[in-house]
Design a protein around this ligand. Sequence first.
Ligand code: NAD
Ligand code: AHE
Ligand code: ZN
Length: 367
Amino acid sequence: TQAQVITCKVSLVIEEVEVAPPQAGEVRVKVLFTALCHTDAYTWSGKDPEGLFPCILGHEAAGIVESVGEGVTEVQPGDHVIPCYQAECKECKFCKSGKTNLCGKVRLATGVGVMLNDRQSRFSINGKPIYHFMGTSTFSQYTVVHDVSVAKIDPKAPLDKVCLLGCGVPTGLGAVWNTAKVEPGSIVAVFGLGTVGLAVAEGAKAAGASRIIGIDIDSKKFDRAKSFGVTEFINPKDHEKPIQQVIVDLTDGGVDYSFECIGNVSVMRAALECCHKGWGTSVIVGVAASGQEISTRPFQLVTGRVWKGTAFGGFKSRSQVPWLVDKYMKKEIKVDEYVTHNMTLADINKAFDLMHDGGCLRVVLDM
Ligand code: NAD
Ligand code: AHE
Ligand code: ZN
C-alpha cells in the first residue's frame, strides 16, 4: 500500500536570533510582555494564506523602544510602546479617508513578512532570514517594526497588562463602538465567549445594551461571562433547532446586533440570520481559515439585514491605543480580568496548549 500523509504536532522552537538594527522609518523594540491570541494559533496551524515560515509569530505585546532608525520622530529610546499590527501612517488614502482604520502604507510588506524599505527581514539565524509576522513578531525579546506600527503609551501603565491592548480587547470593544455603533436599549448576540467575545459583551454593556445573549458550545464559559455583561446564555448543543431560530424565537424576531467571535463560517451565517428583519446588523470578527467562504440567501440582505466585518475593532491604532491605555488606567475598561495565566517565553508551547482549555482567556508571557 502507498504511504499516506501524516498529520502530527510540532512545537515552536526557541532559537538565538540576530535582530538587525532599525533602518530608516523603523523602530527596534525590547518586548517585555506578550500575550497569545488565537490568530497566532491560526497562522501556526498553516490555515492562514499569508502564513510564511519560518517566522516569528506574536502580535499582542508591550515593550520599550531600544533604538530608532533615521527619520523616526514620534518615538525615542526608552518610550513605552505597544506594537500595532494594524498600522496608521496618517497620510495614505485609507488613513485620510475618514472611513476606515486600515492603513495602506506597510501592509503589502507585512503581508509577506518583510520590512518596507528593502523588502528584507531584520531577523536571521546564521545569515538565513526568518520572516516577520503581522509586522510585529512579538514572540521575540527584540523586534523591529515600522514607525507607523507602534503606539507610544503612558509609561506608568503596567506592561504585563496593557499588552492585551495590542489586539483582543480593543477588537471586541471597537466592534461594538466603532463598527456596529450599538445604541442604548439594543439586543445583542455574541457568538464565542473567548477574550474577543467577552470584550464585545463589555463594550455592549457600556453602550447600554438591554440584553446581551452569549452563545458558546462550552458551557464552562458562561459563569465568567456574567461579569463581562452577558445577561443570558445559550449552548447550541442544548437545542435541536438551528441556533438562529432559537435566538429569533427568544427575541421577538431577532437581535439588533450580532458578533461572530469564533472564525467559523457556519456560525457567521447563523449570526447574520439571527438578526432582526429590516435593521439587524451582524459583524464578523473571527478569522476563518484559507478557502472558507460565507454564504446566506441574498433575501436576508434584501430584507434589511446588514453584514459587516471589523479589523482591530475599527480603532486607529497609533491615535487610539494610547487613549485605550488611559481608559484602562482610569478603570473605565477591564484588562486585568482577561489575563488568566502568566508564564515565561520558555513555556510558550505550554501556553499554546492552554489556549484550548475552557478556563483560559489570555496567557501573558514574561519575555
Ligand atoms: P477563543 O478561542 O478564546 O474564543 C472562541 C470561543 O468560541 C471559545 O469560547 C469557544 O468555545 C467558542 N466556540 C467555538 N466554536 C463554537 C461554535 N461553533 N459555536 C459557539 N461557540 C463556539 O478566541 P479569541 O482569542 O477570543 O478570538 C476569537 C476570534 O477572533 C479568532 O478567530 C481570532 O482569530 C479572531 N480575532 C479577530 C480579530 C480582528 O481584528 N478581526 C482580532 C483578534 C482576534
Ligand atoms: N492573514 C489572514 C487574515 C487575518 C486577519 O483577518 N487578521 C485581522 C487581525 S486578527 C488579529 O488577531 C486583521 O486585522 N485583518 C486585516 C488586515 O489588514 O490584515 C488571512 O486569512 O489572510
Ligand atoms: Zn490577535
